[in-house]
Write a protein that binds this ligand. Structure first.
Ligand SMILES: Nc1ncnc2c1ncn2[C@@H]1O[C@H](COP(=O)(O)OP(=O)(O)OP(=O)(O)O)[C@@H](O)[C@H]1O
Length: 246
């Protein structure tokens, strides 16, 4: 469903992405790992049209998208949960969810919005309990759940998640990863998961790519990656030495 072929991207003169090629299949969870500064967030920004590539091609469902606007990409079925969540903290949970529908909502679609809200509340019950609360009053984990739910409001086919476990209490991290798995299972959603917590990401991913200084340096089945001693030592860091929380 998503193919990147030799994608390069720059910040000014800084060459950040160096001929990245990768793919995500329908209904697949693909983990993208790598040290700080490897270029993972830059890759997600390039996928969403926040940054435009200077070489290469991005195909989404057989359509070239690398020069489409962010809004056009969201309409096609791409949705990003950004690092830091990007919530509107003074607005309520429900208002944040409404903002997730900006590519399709209008007053004639109020009923559709209400149906979608009920679907979201069934998937993420905590959001129903807190629906009138300002997003900023939720715990870090609940805010992450809201950010994922908001991304889901745009009816995505491919969800891009930028470090969903960052700064979240361990028990809530498990809940969030369970939600990610449920979304794939119930909606056949494809997921590209950028994570620092390599062990956890590899537990739910089908395949994995490892990035280093703007290049893909490893590609394989997720379960094989954990067994590969060189990958463990060099690229997955201390996380793999810890007991898996899942
Ligand atoms: N807006 C920017 N302008 C210039 N350089 C940037 C900008 N954003 C990121 N960079 C640089 O680009 C490189 C890749 O950053 P990026 O955020 O994509 O890495 P990352 O793999 O997501 O790491 P992290 O886990 O720390 O977010 C880093 O060297 C970073 O300093």
């Amino acid at each position: 469903m998503l193919y990147l072929k030799g994608v390069s991207a720059y910040y000014g003169n800084l060459h950040i992405l160096k001929k990245i090629s990768l793919h995500v299949g329908e209904g697949e969870i693909v983990a993208l790992l790598g040290a700080n500064g490897a270029g993972k967030s830059t890759l997600l920004k390039t996928l969403m049209g926040i940054l435009f590539p200077k070489g290469g091609e991005i195909l989404f469902q057989n359509q070239k998208i690398e020069f489409l606007s962010t809004e056009e990409r969201v309409r096609l079925g791409l949705s990003l949960v950004p690092e830091g969540k990007g919530l509107f903290k003074p607005l309520s949970v429900e208002e944040n969810l409404l903002l997730g529908t900006y590519t399709w909502y209008n007053f004639k679609k109020k009923k559709e919005f209400e149906r979608k809200l009920e679907e979201i509340y069934a998937l993420f019950p905590i959001l129903k309990t807190k629906r009138k609360a300002p997003a900023g009053t939720l715990s870090g984990g609940q805010q992450q759940i809201l950010a994922i739910a908001r991304a889901f409001m745009s009816n995505p086919k491919l969800l891009l998640l930028d470090e969903p476990s960052m700064g979240i209490a361990p028990n809530l991290v498990l809940e969030i990863f369970q939600y990610i798995q449920n979304l794939r299972e119930n909606y056949n959603l494809s997921i590209l998961l950028v994570e620092q917590n390599a062990r956890l990401a590899l537990k739910i991913a089908d395949r994995v790519y490892v990035m280093e200084t703007g290049k893909i340096i490893y590609e394989g089945e997720a379960k094989n990656a954990l067994e590969n001693p060189e990958i463990q030592r060099a690229y997955l860091g201390r996380e793999v030495d810890r007991e898996a929380p899942l």
